[in-house]
Design a protein around this ligand. Structure first.
Ligand SMILES: NC(=O)c1ccc[n+]([C@@H]2O[C@H](COP(=O)([O-])OP(=O)(O)OC[C@H]3O[C@@H](n4cnc5c(N)ncnc54)[C@H](OP(=O)(O)O)[C@@H]3O)[C@@H](O)[C@H]2O)c1
Length: 272
C-alpha cells in the first residue's frame, strides 16, 4: 500500500467505497476488505450503512486505530446544532468515539459555509473527528471553505476518473495541500470494459479497472475509494502498486468527456 499524508496522518491511497451497499453485503465487503489489507473505509450518513460498516470494523481482527474511517454529513443539516447532533448519531451507529475524516457531503446553497465549517471545527476540537473536509466542492467553494474554517479543510472528495480529471481543482488542491479523494474512480463501473484500458492492461497483465485505478493513484495528492463487493474485485483494486503507466499511457487514458461523466453519474443515481 502507498500513502498520502494529511496534516501528519497517513491515508492509504486505496480505500473502500460503500455507497449502495447495506446489510450483509456491506458487512461482508468491509470484512473481506479489512482481511485483505484495506485500512481506509468511506461511508456517509446518506448511505444508511454506518451501522453495518461499524459492525464489520468492530468484528474484524484489526484495531480501530489502524483504519482511516471517513463519514459525511448530510447537507440538509445546516445549523451547528443539527450538524453536531447528526455526527453524534453517526458515531453511535459506527460504534466508535471518533472518525478520522468528517466531510460535509455536498455544498448546500441555503447553508452558511462559515457555520458549517465552524461546526465541523468544533467537532474536531472535541475529538469527534481527527480531520475535517468537504465533498463535491468546486475550486471556489473549497477556497471559501478553507478561508472560513478554523480547522484546516484537509480533503475534497469529488468525482475523479479518466473522463473527469478535475484539472483545475487538482491544481488548486496541490497548491493548497488539500487531499483530493477520488470517488467513482471506475466511473461507477463505466470504465471496467473500456477498450483503451483493456489494451493498456494487456501489457501489464492487469484488468481495465486496475489500469483506471492506477491512472487515478498515479496522480500526486490523490487517493481513491473504489466500491467493490466481490472478493475478486476487492483483491484487484488493491493490486495496483506493482506497475506504473508511462506518460504516454497516462495521456491516452485521460479522455475528458462531459457526456461520459454525465452517463456515469446517471448510472450512479439510477443504481445501474
Ligand atoms: N461524495 C460523494 O458525493 C460520492 C458520490 C459517489 C460515490 N462516493 C464514494 O465513492 C465510492 C466509489 O464510487 P462508486 O460506488 O460510485 O463507483 P466506482 O467505485 O467507480 O465503481 C463501482 C462499480 O465497479 C465495480 N467494480 C469494482 N471493482 C471492480 C473491478 N476490479 N473490476 C470490475 N468491476 C469492478 C463494482 O462492482 P461490485 O460491487 O460488483 O464489486 C461496482 O459496480 C462510493 O461507494 C462512495 O463511497 C462518494
Amino acid at each position: 500500500m502507498e500513502y498520502e499524508t494529511v496534516d501528519g496522518q497517513d491515508v492509504p491511497v486505496v480505500g473502500l467505497g460503500t455507497w449502495r451497499t447495506s446489510g450483509r453485503t456491506c458487512r461482508n465487503a468491509v470484512a473481506t476488505a479489512l482481511a485483505l489489507g484495506y485500512r481506509h473505509v468511506d461511508t456517509a450518513q446518506a448511505y444508511d450503512n454506518e451501522r453495518d460498516v461499524g459492525r464489520a470494523i468492530a468484528a474484524a481482527d484489526v484495531d480501530r486505530e489502524e483504519v482511516f474511517l471517513t463519514t459525511k454529513v448530510r447537507p440538509m443539516h445546516r445549523s451547528a446544532d443539527a450538524i453536531r447532533g447528526s455526527v453524534h448519531e453517526s458515531l453511535a451507529r459506527l460504534g466508535t468515539d471518533y472518525v478520522d475524516l468528517l466531510l460535509i457531503h455536498w455544498p448546500n446553497p441555503l447553508a452558511s459555509t462559515a457555520e458549517v465549517m465552524g461546526a465541523l471545527s468544533d467537532l474536531r476540537d472535541e475529538g469527534a473527528t481527527r480531520h475535517v473536509g468537504v465533498s463535491n466542492f468546486d475550486r471556489d467553494q473549497l477556497q471559501t471553505a478553507r478561508r472560513v474554517s478554523r480547522a484546516p479543510a484537509v480533503a475534497d472528495q469529488v468525482q475523479f476518473h479518466p473522463f473527469n480529471p478535475q484539472t483545475e481543482l487538482l491544481d488548486y488542491c496541490r497548491e493548497a495541500d488539500v487531499l483530493l479523494t477520488a470517488y467513482s474512480p471506475l466511473a461507477h463501473g463505466g470504465l471496467v470494459d473500456d477498450h483503451v484500458l483493456t489494451q493498456i492492461g494487456r501489457k501489464y497483465g492487469k484488468t481495465p479497472a486496475q489500469v483506471a485505478l492506477r491512472w487515478v493513484v498515479q496522480h500526486d495528492g490523490v487517493v481513491a475509494i473504489p466500491k467493490a463487493t466481490s472478493r475478486d474485485h476487492l483483491e484487484q483494486n488493491l493490486d495496483v502498486f506493482d506497475f506504473s503507466l508511462t506518460e504516454t499511457e497516462m495521456a491516452l487514458v485521460e479522455r475528458p468527456s462531459r457526456v461520459r461523466t454525465g452517463v456515469s453519474m446517471l448510472r450512479g443515481r439510477l443504481g445501474v
